[in-house]
Design a protein around this ligand. Sequence first.
Ligand code: BDR
Ligand code: CA
Length: 372
Amino acid sequence: PKRIPVWLDCDPGHDDAVAILMALQLPDIDLKGISCVFGNASLDNTVTNAARCLVAFGSPEQAQRTPIYAGVAKPLIRLVRHDDEIHGEDGLGGVEGLPARDDPAVVAKLDETRGKSAVLAMADAARSLPDGEQLALVATGAMTNVALFVSMFPDLVRDKVAQVVVMGGAEGRGNRSPTAEFNILIDPHAASILFDAEVPVVMAPLNVTHTALFRPHDNHSLLVPPSALPSLPETTPDATASPSKAHTPLRHTLSTLLTFFAKTYADVFAFDEGPPVHDALCIAYLARPDLFKGKRYRVDVELQGEHTTGTTVVDLWEYKKDELVEWKKDPDSRASWGRFGKNVFVLEELDVPEFWKLFQQTVDAADKVSPL
Ligand code: BDR
Ligand code: CA
């Protein structure tokens, strides 16, 4: 089967890092490029982190061929906000063994593309696909880069973008306000522009990402090479427990990454079941849509609520059905994904054990090629 051309726009970020790993190592995914946006940390940090992850999680050949671009450093309208409480000062707090920001491979990677915006790079990537192929865009940070892209290049998006898969939003809950999820909250206007663009949008909301928890109790074996398994204890006591031994350098890095993430979730949210690997679900969805269940809805973003700014208003009960004229005309048309349609396919269920198998598979694959 043909590999899916994918562009990943992200703000690494611990779970973004897992998404990068999976995008590099799932055989069905052909990662064409990575772009970065502000979010979990400043743009300068997220772009550096993306390069550090690319160099560490891919083969040297993949690291060389996959470009990284910097995009937008601020939201369209709101004031900028980062999330060092969850991801540490530089966006990848507590992660051991990654190449540093001044590592020659990281510096060289970032030097290649300096001066060209992510938004233009996405356009070039879409445009350069052969006839009949379309790009899948993934957005796992603020949707600012992607909103600019769909606004600037509507024709290109119609012809050459198959879908935009985002981590963000929720049905009736939040993580950075009672009802708003971080990626939408930090630039709700961008999310609103993207959701109303005439392109299929798939959303992995908190409701489903919070089922993919990295529970050391269930999953400690994931980070351990199969050969080392028999000598390991059956369980680890809790999500913040220190990682077990028997790690390759790559597994050690991933283990410290997930352990730090577990600790901030426990400290900040008093949530100690293990961190949700939110962003990785977007990549899993592209490779294995059969692992998910979902439904298409009208979704609007609250732009000026007194208590609810950044909330995704998912019309579960079709209160807005009279507005959906394009959807009624032709649910297969691009227009039916826009302002007058059911604009978002919302993921609602994940086959969690199969997801972790997929993750395991990518760790094993990365282990064979990682220069760590
Ligand atoms: C989202 O916000 C960030 O903290 C994560 O990287 C993820 O993209 C979860 O709300
Ligand atoms: Ca993210």
